[in-house]
Ligand binder design. Structure first.
Ligand code: PXL
Length: 276
């Protein structure tokens, strides 16, 4: 059985980070080892939340795993709570990267042109350093702009998105993927660049006029799972976009706004049907 490790927070309620990564990756038939970076009562989009930092546990866990000679088919990082965690993860990557696995960094920091509560520009530049050590990076446009110190805009041309993708992959990753890309009013999806093949990929679905929290984490968890299961980049992007679309569509039938999280659970049978 394939095994990956995912390193991100536990938001106890709110359907994001580890509470979506674990069920999705498991449903895809992959063992999910975890390193929780922090425990929060909810994610940070609620008015209040508790935050227990687990930074000091990470090196201890890594040390134990190294002693046991555990290895992983992928290393997937998401929401990180501090700059020190980024430093520790650079070390973790060196220790656990092999010729047969890949490092997948989702630089979770913000959306809609703004950073989430608790992050600043300095953190974004440190996250950029972590991305230099990745094989695949998956920012949304906001996160890409903060890392590349570009001004965020509401609309982009295809050439501008291609420029962002090339700049991201020139940091180091073989593959850069931008989420939340839209060139037409009624379509939204992803665009990716494979630096070695010098190829761009796009995949769009019809836009559902609502934004739910946690869909970025669902997208990344599904994408990393599809790649670990040996799907091509092109097919993995389709599986991840389609699954996210299904979850949004299902949620939209029952709640149109102020929704925290999507009905990803009811669409797990659909996700399984997409596995070979
Ligand atoms: O979904 C991204 C995410 C993950 N974890 C925490 C968050 C957020 C976004 O706000 O606050 C704790």
């Amino acid at each position: 059985m394939k095994r990956l490790v995912t390193i991100q927070d536990i938001s106890c309620l709110g359907k994001c980070s580890l509470t979506v990564a674990l069920p999705i990756i498991s449903a895809m038939g992959i063992e999910a080892a975890i390193i929780p970076t922090a425990i929060l009562s909810t994610h940070t989009q609620f008015k209040e939340f508790t935050f227990r930092d687990l930074t000091n546990d990470i090196p201890e866990i890594a040390k134990h795993w190294k002693k046991e000679r555990f290895n992983f088919d992928a290393i997937y990082t998401g929401y990180l709570g501090s700059i020190r965690q980024i430093e520790i993860l650079k070390y973790f990557f060196k220790e656990f990267k092999t010729d047969n696995n890949f490092i997948f960094v989702d630089p979770v920091m913000g959306d809609n042109g703004k950073l989430y509560s608790g992050f600043d520009e300095k953190f974004a530049l440190e996250m950029k350093e972590l991305c230099k050590n990745a094989d695949i990076v998956v920012p949304n446009i906001t996160e890409a702009c903060y890392m590349l110190q570009r001004k965020y805009k509401e609309e982009y041309t295809e050439e501008e998105i291609k420029d962002l993708l090339i700049e991201l992959s020139n940091l180091g990753p073989k593959c850069s993927i931008l989420t939340g890309v839209s060139f037409k009013k009624d379509e939204i999806g992803v665009m990716a660049y494979d630096r070695e093949e010098k190829r761009f990929y796009t995949y769009f679905r019809e836009k559902i006029p609502v934004k739910y929290h946690g869909t970025g984490d669902i997208f990344s968890s599904t994408l990393v799972g599809a790649l670990v299961n040996n799907n091509s980049l092109e097919e993995s992007l389709r599986i991840a976009v389609d699954y996210v679309w299904e979850t949004i569509s299902d949620t939209y039938k029952e709640k149109k706004e102020n929704a925290y999280g999507v009905n990803f659970e009811s669409k797990i049978p659909y996700l399984i049907s997409r596995m070979k």
